[in-house]
Design a protein around this ligand. Sequence first.
Ligand code: ADP
Ligand code: ZN
Length: 609
Amino acid sequence: MSPDSPTTILRSIFGFPQFRGLQEEAVRHVIAGGDALVLMPTGGGKSLCYQVPALCRRGTAIVISPLIALMDDQVAALRQLGVSAAALHSECDPMAARETAAALARDGLDLLYVSPERLLGGLIERLEARRIALFAIDEAHCVSQWGHDFRPEYRALACLAARFPGVPRIALTATADQRTRADILASLAMPEARTFVASFHRPNLFLAARPKERPRAQLAALLARHQDASGIVYCGSRARTEQVAARLGADGVPAVVFHAGLARAEKEAALRRFRAGEAVVMVATIAFGMGIDRPDVRFVAHLDMPDSPEAYYQQIGRAGRDGEPAEALLLYGIEDIARARHFLARSQAPQSQIPALRARLETMIGLAETGSCRTQTLLACFDERLEGPCGHCDNCLAPRPALDATVPAQQLLSAVYRTGQRFGLRHVVAVLRGEASEAVRRHGHDRLALFAIGRERSAEFWHSVGRAMIAAGALVMGEGYATLALDAGVARPYLRGERIVRIHAPTQAAPAGLAPAGLAPAGLAPAGLALAPARSKGEGALFERLRAWRKQTADAQNLPPYLIFHDVTLHEIATLKPATLAALAQVRGVGAAKLQRYGKALLAALSPG
Ligand code: ADP
Ligand code: ZN
């Protein structure tokens, strides 16, 4: 329909000056009629890979998506850009669905979002009579039975190859492992597809992990760094989400709960609040996430450890989709390790999968404990090598030297044994540190030869040694995670000092997390890191004014604020202070439609009084 070049479309419709990374290559390949598999991390910019070709090629582009919320969001975003887009799914109101069908029949749609069920349940016959620009298969990992989101309907999409010869197909996913990749290509019958694999490095994500000591205070410190921002707090159980949210609420933090146990209406209300609010903290189990497009999530905290690096990566990936700095803080403790192993031992998963699940859990534990660059360690889990340390994770900013803890490990294991293998780590550490608490005295543990043998070392140090021994399997936790016992076989070489134990010195100096966005304490700010530019006070005030304008504008249309403009765009406007429509058009994220729709109002909001 449009003879425009992809770059022209990118600039005029989307308002972006250039493509990112592999986008351009993928876009050109699809425009030329080739099939493609695009692997990009969350926030990598997958949507443009099919949206631009959709506008460059003649006919309607069909986008197959498993999630209604995601479809509606994309359609609303495209309409804001002046693109004719619509969705067909089980929750469309019948009137709108009829209008969409009519628009489709007169070739009046650039993009049509559909669920696989809808497509295969009757729509596909109608499409055969139309000119189709392309098929985009979003969240394509759903086709793979190895993935956690397997959708049997996705398998049937293989028929598109035969029924629409010559129409390019582009499959997109953020799940990149080799097996899933091969599975997608085979299941969608697209052996000739070119695969585009982007780096999974997200330089704007600041990773940190900390032993869970005082989770409430640790979380409060994180929230204090992100006062006017939205974030996600992941918890390991439904009960814990309720608890944490109640506490946050009591402290005046606007917290929302989401977990699979909520009634449907409650879930929807929670999602609505999260999408519409300027600053909301979502406290959720892993049930929350897929289909959340909010670009300005500034932090993701894990109060409990995820059970694999894949899950961890996916969850932290929900932060900073807009490319602005965002923080991911993982709190982990010995209970997490014990609980995850316990679940695994009772897992219903097929026997053949258990070793792989166990390996992923152990890798996750290693990631939490590592003293090396976290970004590098995480990417290595996905077979990606990052040349050199990232320079902006907690370990890069405040290195923790490796300490030889062979002798302390011996002492700790002995202490567990001498106290009868009936106590928890806290008690054992108290004995080692010579703390004659009531419980220690009552059990006569202050009379043990080991009592106070490690008094010169901190409790944090001893907890580190304890975690290392639990991670190694020399110590196992009892039911209820209240007691520690030895695994005699594994513990023996440690007890004899035959196996070297290294731990990473717990740091006291480093802040309980990181401080992105130029807030890094003096001395910790890494050289050469693309932190957000320092913003002056005046710009801050202006940004707040723009934000207020955006909220009002969004509410009037019943849309989430980020669909009007992203924070990145508002920041750029606050910095550049454009005085004319022409100057405003130069700002990233201001395309022709938005300029026309909001330009005047924005300029008015910019000038005071
Ligand atoms: P994904 O689907 O891969 O998670 P999105 O398509 O939602 O990522 O894009 C993530 C963010 O990056 C969006 O806010 C989008 O507007 C922005 N973005 C994508 N491509 C570009 C680009 N070439 N220039 C500027 N911003 C972009
Ligand atoms: Zn690093």
